[in-house]
Design a protein around this ligand. Structure first.
Ligand code: FAD
Ligand code: NAP
Ligand code: MG
Length: 460
């Protein structure tokens, strides 16, 4: 009997897995039987935007954490697929920081080139996995949400691509139960509109805090205060955004801060990150990790060190995204096909420890970029995924970090050059701060913004 591979999740990681198998098949190779299960009604993972919060149509915890006016927070030249460029997808040159819908279109463009959709069963959630020793297979229990039916399937290999920016990490602060404003987590933030003319407090100082702060500022929030636990974001904030140390407690509408500041807020948004959550995996197979670049327990950041038939994609913190998932998926594919052999248990642990030690030595953001660059190089060298100039991409990330530090409101107006096909990005027709319409149509439109639109913003 042939091999059977199950993939959980049809986000960028799951889709990379399908693409990897298909590219092999195209070259005339036999591939295993593949099935992919996705709990949403469409592919794209985070990029499949939803207006819903809390639970989905069928009462499942909602996956999406993206928001309406989200634009890429890194240059698209850093996430570009090596086997499907932006130029191939769009028949015009575009800017380096496209909005959400444009990136979703790009992801779909690649996967639509194939018949990958036929492998995916939508509206189907993985409920439970166990490893059946006698069969040497995983038994996976699923719920078909639409039919409201439970069923099971057996797989020789199971690939988990369920993402890890979906289950909120929601800390408690003394008195917050009696706070009289709105409290929510960034996971449920769907755009700045409800916060126009408000004084808001963001807790946390990473990407979500930074981006929600500038989005709210752009769309007319009265003031944004960011409260940091370890390090401030430390860029030059415009008037209207400020950073304070951690909140100690709440009283009515007031927040109290470590430095003695007391301030009233209309809303509090917890930008406190996410939990790696695998409610469908038994305790011994679950990844137990914080958000980092080399989560413990996976050989090459992909193959479980507890059960070598269990693989994970995209579980790392992400500078690189789409092309890193590809590098992992190509590696996973060749491993499943028996083209890559596992070394001894000791060698696996030595390799994992080496990467973890390297990560622990990283101090600056530049070091972290270099770490992830090396990780991806290591993977691509093992497969036929097209090698690209990763050192140049690393350089772009470092320029991006500097650009943000220099001006958090204008970094998205900068342009970069593709390392895949040398296409130089064009400046967007409208500066990011002035562009309030983030639709695909508007983005691809050649006309600059009209003056009336301009007046609506509070740019600087
Ligand atoms: P996801 O995209 O999260 O997809 C996982 C899929 O698994 C989902 O479709 C989900 O429904 C499905 N799933 C989960 N559990 C189950 C289950 N039990 N059964 C069946 N299916 C299940 N990256 C960038 O490159 N640029 C950006 O600008 C950017 N912005 C971001 C903004 C936000 C707010 C967030 C949260 C992330 C952002 N990212 C960005 C990073 C993002 O994580 C990646 O781009 C990418 O979406 C990760 O792909 P993934 O497939 O690993 O996970
Ligand atoms: P994150 O990077 O994991 O950061 C979590 C933040 O929460 C850290 O600042 C952390 O502080 C803080 N925190 C955690 N627990 C806390 C507690 N108990 N009290 C106070 N602070 C606490 O998560 P994220 O910022 O949500 O980013 C997740 C992903 O989303 C990233 O990949 C990012 O790129 C993506 N994203 C992208 C965009 C965009 O493209 N436009 C927008 C938003 C998010 P410490 O430093 O002290 O640990
Ligand atoms: Mg190679």
């Amino acid at each position: 009997m042939g091999l059977k591979v199950g993939i959980i999740g049809a986000g960028p990681s799951g889709l990379a897995m399908l693409r990897a198998f298909e590219s092999k098949e195209k070259k005339g190779n036999k591939i295993p039987e593949i099935k992919c299960f996705e709990k949403q009604d469409n592919w794209g993972g985070m990029w499949n935007y939803t207006w819903r919060t809390g639970v989905g149509k069928y009462g499942e915890p909602l996956h999406g954490s993206m928001y309406k006016y989200l634009w890429s927070n890194g240059p698209k030249e850093c996430l570009e697929f090596a086997d499907y460029t932006f130029s191939e997808h769009f028949d015009q040159t575009i800017s380096s920081y496209p909005p959400r819908e444009v990136l979703f279109d790009y992801i779909q463009g690649r996967i639509k080139q194939s018949n990958a959709r036929k492998y995916i069963q939508f509206n189907t959630v993985a409920r439970w996995v166990d490893y059946v020793e006698e069969k040497k297979q995983f038994r996976v229990v699923f719920d078909d949400l639409k039919k409201n039916e439970t069923f099971e399937e057996f797989f020789d290999y199971l690939v988990v691509g369920t993402g890890h920016f979906s289950t909120p990490n929601m800390p408690y602060f003394k008195g917050i139960e009696n706070y009289t404003g709105n409290v929510m987590h960034a996971h449920d933030f769907r755009g700045a509109d409800p916060f126009i003319d408000q004084d808001i407090l963001l807790i946390g100082s990473s990407y979500s805090a930074e981006d929600i702060a500038v989005q709210c500022y752009k769309h007319g929030t009265k003031s944004v205060t960011i409260s940091y636990r370890t390090n401030p974001i430390d860029c030059k904030w415009p008037q209207g955004i400020e950073e304070l140390p951690m909140v100690t407690h709440f009283e009515d509408k007031k927040a109290f801060f470590k430095d003695g500041t007391v301030k009233e807020f209309d809303s509090v948004i917890m930008c406190t990150g996410y939990q790696h959550k695998f409610p469908f995996l038994p305790d011994n197979l679950r990844l137990k990790t914080k958000n980092c670049l080399y989560p413990e327990g996976m050989y090459k950041g992909v193959i479980s060190d507890v059960n070598a038939q269990l693989l994970f994609l995209g579980m790392q913190d992400q500078y690189y995204t789409f092309n890193m998932f590809d590098a992992q998926a190509w590696f996973a594919r060749d491993y499943i096909l028996g083209r890559i052999n596992l070394p001894s248990k000791e060698a696996i642990q030595t390799d994992i420890q080496k990467w973890m030690e390297d990560e622990s030595k990283c101090i600056s953001a530049d070091d972290h970029v270099d770490f992830q660059t090396n990780y991806i190089k290591d993977l691509i060298e093992l497969t036929d995924y097209p090698m690209f100039d990763l050192d140049k991409v690393a350089e772009m990330f470092k320029v991006w970090l500097k650009d943000k530090e220099q001006n958090i409101l204008t970094y998205r107006d900068k342009t970069f050059t593709s390392v895949m096909d040398q296409t130089k990005a064009e400046k967007h027709h409208t500066p990011w701060m002035k562009e309030l319409d983030d639709s695909l149509e508007r983005y691809l439109d050649e006309d600059p913004i009209d003056e009336k639109e301009l007046e609506k913003t509070n740019y600087y």
